[in-house]
Design a protein around this ligand. Structure first.
Ligand code: ATP
Ligand code: MG
Length: 453
């Protein structure tokens, strides 16, 4: 079986082959390993080529003197800088025990087969010869690529016990590659989902973000996380969307979970993380605000979620902080969740309110969430069309022009510093946005008239 490296940077491929040739010329074995072999076989684009070799880290450093960084030398990994590219060059190894459920305690250098057997899934355990592309499959990875299956190498329970993050990686790879999970691998995840609690929040979040952003259909991964019980462990709030009923009149598509999945699946990958997390969390306030009005006349419209947007925004903040996400992402997602219902009233907004709304840095994300929300439910599309057109018109000019008047101007014009300054500035800016004030002189006259009243 030969694998063809087409969908990667050609110069990177040449450089990787040159690194491998230098190792071979020095009497060692060198193979391309792991993800790049899998992706090349599948015809998927990929960004890096990892090299596995019989040379020890010291030998790699000697061969590429002055071009190496010993980042993971203890684990047998040396970075080789070559022709402007950086390659992971890792010595064939077996991993020792995993006392912490995440990192091997020690490593031992070994054969290519040992190195294949320490990897997580069969499709990630492949090697190929750099020049010819001939595959070396010690773990049954090629049959699993053909069958499109994610299968742990060896005993799945033992492999997940060594490194609990692998459970999440299994769901992420199945979702991103659109593969199924081997039943024994899935059963091990179901039995030991609670182990995921021992993995750091950052690592969990990074797998989750990749699942949400890179999957052709994130619903595939979300379903796997739910049925294995993993989701309940680290995102119980999202799990709660499942089975949360909605009024059929507005949501003929089904429960909040279904609605959320339809929206995520409708955005082509790769998705922007702010959009992906906003979509996942936009209705996160619904399960906790759910109420049923039994006395409603309209049968189909008994279910309500009062204040679910602000409640959801607060929950989104808690969730993303718990997952140790960057502040910028938290703030943006929070703003989208908080405002995701506001657009419905866009046509009734005062011009200044509308312009402020459109001036928000997250407005484009908000507009996209709104479009998908309407498309995958039974809501009016008129407010969205209105907003889209208004936004296009405003985009030609700066959406929020610099204010004509600042606080120091007001003070210079005799307004005493204090809370009144803020209120006045706001009023002046509204008047400016609505076109009632166009010059500083007009603004000053306006301030004088207010002051006299
Ligand atoms: P991608 O980069 O798209 O996530 P990848 O397969 O390259 O896919 P990496 O995380 O870059 O994944 O790891 C490279 C290789 O190292 C994997 O293909 C796998 O063989 C091995 N590997 C990575 N993480 C683990 C792990 N937690 N347990 C065992 N093997 C692993
Ligand atoms: Mg990789």
């Amino acid at each position: 079986m030969i694998v063809c490296f087409k969908r990667c940077d050609e110069a990177m491929l040449r450089a990787a082959r040159a690194v491998a040739e230098r190792l071979v010329a020095a009497g060692h074995e060198a193979l391309f390993a792991g993800g790049c072999v899998r992706d090349a076989w599948l015809g998927r684009p990929f960004k890096d080529i990892d090299i596995a070799t019989s040379a020890t880290p010291d030998q790699v450093e000697a061969i590429f003197a002055g071009q190496t960084v010993a980042v993971g030398k203890a684990f047998g990994v040396v970075l080789v800088l070559y022709d402007g590219y950086t390659f992971d060059v890792a010595t064939f190894r077996t991993d020792g025990d995993y006392a912490d459920g995440r990192h091997p305690d020690d490593v031992h250098f070994g054969t290519p087969e040992d190195d294949a057997l320490r990897r997580d899934f069969t499709v990630n355990g492949l090697f190929c010869e750099p020049a010819s592309g001939v595959i070396r499959d010690y773990v049954g990875g090629v049959p699993d690529l053909k069958a499109r299956v994610i299968r742990a190498i060896g005993d799945p329970v033992a492999r997940f016990r060594e490194d609990h993050l692998r459970m999440l990686r299994a769901a992420r790879f199945a979702s991103v590659l659109d593969f199924t999970l081997d039943p024994a691998t899935q059963a091990a995840m179901m039995a030991h989902a609670a182990w995921i609690k021992w993995v750091s929040a950052e690592r969990i979040a990074s797998e989750m973000t990749r699942l949400l952003c890179e999957s052709p259909r994130p619903s595939v991964g979300l379903r796997l996380l739910r049925v294995t019980g993993l989701l309940r462990e680290f995102l119980p709030e999202v799990e709660a969307l499942y089975g949360t009923e909605q009024p059929p009149r507005y949501h003929p598509e089904g429960d909040v979970w279904t609605h959320t999945c339809l929206m995520l699946d409708d955005v082509p990958a790769p998705r922007d993380p702010v959009l992906a997390w906003s979509l996942l969390l936009h209705d996160i306030g619904k399960p906790v605000t759910f109420c049923r009005k039994d006395d409603a006349e309209d049968d189909g419209n008994q279910i309500r979620f009062p204040s679910h947007a602000p409640v959801g925004a607060a929950m989104a903040e808690v969730i993303l902080k718990r997952l140790r996400q960057p502040t910028a992402l938290i703030e943006q997602v929070k703003a989208v969740v908080a405002d995701h219902m506001r657009g419905a009233d866009a046509e009734k907004m005062r011009p200044a309110t509308l312009r402020r709304f459109m001036g928000s840095p997250v407005f484009p994300v908000l507009l996209e969430v709104m479009r998908l929300d309407i498309k995958h439910s039974n809501k009016q599309s008129a407010p969205w069309l209105f907003l889209k057109e208004a936004f296009e018109a405003f985009r030609a000019e700066p959406v929020l022009p610099p204010p004509l008047v600042r606080g120091r101007d007001l003070v210079a014009w005799g307004i005493a510093p204090g809370p009144r300054v803020g209120a006045m500035l706001r009023e002046l800016y509204d008047a400016q946005l609505e076109g009632r004030l166009t010059t500083r002189e007009e603004a000053q006259a306006y301030v004088a008239s207010l002051d006299n009243n």
